[in-house]
Design a protein around this ligand. Structure first.
Ligand code: BGC
Length: 463
């Protein structure tokens, strides 16, 4: 019976499957179009109604067609989340992707973001599952299985699914075990087991592509941390049934604002007055100043750890643009490290650890395939975080998680001062004021991102 079914499917599926869907390619973005999320276009519509300037409206309309990822940030989101009302279900998205498809393969970017006790070192978005009440089982069966069943249906075989797996999770297991919640998650192997299950269920289909999150250079770029991260990820993936070849690569800078390149700080070995520039407090001896350098290093380390040579990297460039009037236009002429770094860096944050709604940031490089050529480890710039969606509420009254598992985190409060340890230790968060809960539309941030886009989106006289 099973054989007959398989034979029927073989015939049926061959008829239904467009020729270009065949085979698992090395870079799914090559020669493909990317789905633009219709929900995102609707969010932008809210901002369009609030502005009057014609050039700004035109820029916003352009952004409505920009591909951004679909965040499956809770079980309910698969059926079209409730709290953030009016969102499409995953199935509706996939049907819309088929409608958007012309005569090329179509990539659909799906973010898996629902591990139990998610984002253990922060508070703005811990989600709705916990390992303490059966969260891992629910993650596996009510979330991963449901997604895998849908994306492996023959009617969607003409789509290429890029799975962006669990932002911040494994990196938290490397650097944040001082935090009690992270330590408990680590002890129960919650994230590892969740990710291993996801990788096992989702890999092995020609049109499924799997990329694991690997933080960003300002978080994990120190040699020792970077090596620990690679070893921990390798250990996690090696323990899956398919092993290291189950993943296609890694994503960096998800929802981040770390630049792809620091154009005026291109030599981490540079010394001024005998002092290395990387000793400045902004880099704190981390030699990886930007995502490109970080990825080139990670690529070597992952391969040395046993991953196949053809692994590739994606960078979330939705909000790492740093244009606008505070962007340095040239290398500093200062001859001391402090002024040189401060006047040369395009990343204008007070500290590279500031992650919540950073003021001064702009839209980054637009999505692009193989920005450094096909041989380079960067497969594509993509927009994972939909620019304009908040990272977390700045309202200190929201101490309890809401129905989406979201609440106040001091890192999202512009008045909070962070103790970053070694001098200068106390620095403001730089977060934008009046921010709504994470994932909700934040008009003021959207305006700022457009104004500070790099490459610029508006002509200089339009600003
Ligand atoms: C939020 C999600 C949201 C995503 C994209 C995350 O920080 O927790 O709910 O979908 O950002 O904006």
């Amino acid at each position: 019976m099973k054989q007959i079914k398989e034979l029927l499917c073989l015939l049926g599926c061959m008829l239904m499957t467009p020729a270009y869907a065949a085979g698992h390619v090395n870079n799914p973005y090559q020669g493909a179009d990317v789905y633009h999320n219709e929900d995102y276009a609707q969010e932008i519509e809210q901002s369009i109604h609030r502005v009057h300037d014609a050039a700004l409206v035109a820029a916003m309309r352009q952004l409505q067609h920009m591909p951004t990822a679909i965040w499956l940030d809770r079980i309910e989101a698969i059926a079209g989340g409730t709290a953030n009302s009016g969102r499409a279900s995953l199935e509706q998205h996939l049907n819309m992707a088929l409608q958007q498809q012309a005569n090329r393969p179509m990539v659909v970017e799906l973010v898996l973001y629902n591990l139990p006790d998610r984002d253990c070192s922060a508070m703005s978005s811990n989600g709705t599952l916990s390992y303490r009440n059966n969260g891992l089982m629910r993650y596996q069966h009510d979330y991963i299985d449901v997604i895998a069943r849908l994306t492996s249906e023959p009617r969607f075989s003409g789509l290429r699914f890029v799975f962006i797996v669990e932002p911040d999770s494994l990196p938290n297991m490397v650097t944040n075990l001082w935090n009690k919640k992270c330590a408990a998650v680590y002890q129960h192997k919650v994230y590892q087991r969740g990710i291993q299950y996801a990788v096992e269920q989702l890999s092995g289909h020609d049109n499924h592509y799997i990329y694991l999150d690997v933080g960003h250079s300002g978080w994990l770029g120190w040699d020792e941390t970077l090596q620990k991260t690679v070893a921990f990820i390798a250990e996690t993936v090696r323990a899956t049934k398919p092993g290291l070849s189950a993943v296609d690569g890694f994503v960096t800078n998800i929802s981040g604002s770390t630049p792809v390149e620091e154009p005026f700080l291109d030599n981490p070995s540079l010394k001024l007055q005998g002092k290395p520039v990387r000793s400045d407090s902004f880099y704190a001896w981390n030699r990886h100043f930007d995502e490109k350098d970080y990825i080139e290093r990670l690529d070597q380390e992952f391969i040395a750890a046993g991953f196949p040579e053809h692994i590739r990297f994606l960078i979330d460039t939705s909000r790492n643009g740093w244009g606008g009037r505070y962007r340095p236009r040239q290398r500093s002429a200062a001859d001391d490290v402090r002024h040189y770094v401060n006047e040369s860096r395009i990343d204008r944050r007070f500290h590279r650890g500031n992650w919540c709604n950073p003021s001064g940031a702009g839209l980054g490089p637009r999505p692009q395939v193989s920005p450094y050529g096909e041989q380079h480890p960067v497969a594509a710039f993509i927009w994972v975080k939909p620019p304009g969606e908040s990272d977390g509420t700045s309202d200190a009254r929201q101490q309890e998680p809401d129905s989406e598992g979201k609440r106040y985190d001091p890192m999202c409060d512009p008045d909070y001062v962070v103790d970053y340890g070694p001098a200068p230790s106390r620095l403001p968060t730089g977060a934008l004021p009046d921010a709504p809960p994470s994932g909700h539309w934040f008009h003021q941030q959207f305006l700022m991102l457009i104004n500070n886009a790099w490459p610029p989106l508006l002509a200089p006289h339009d600003k």
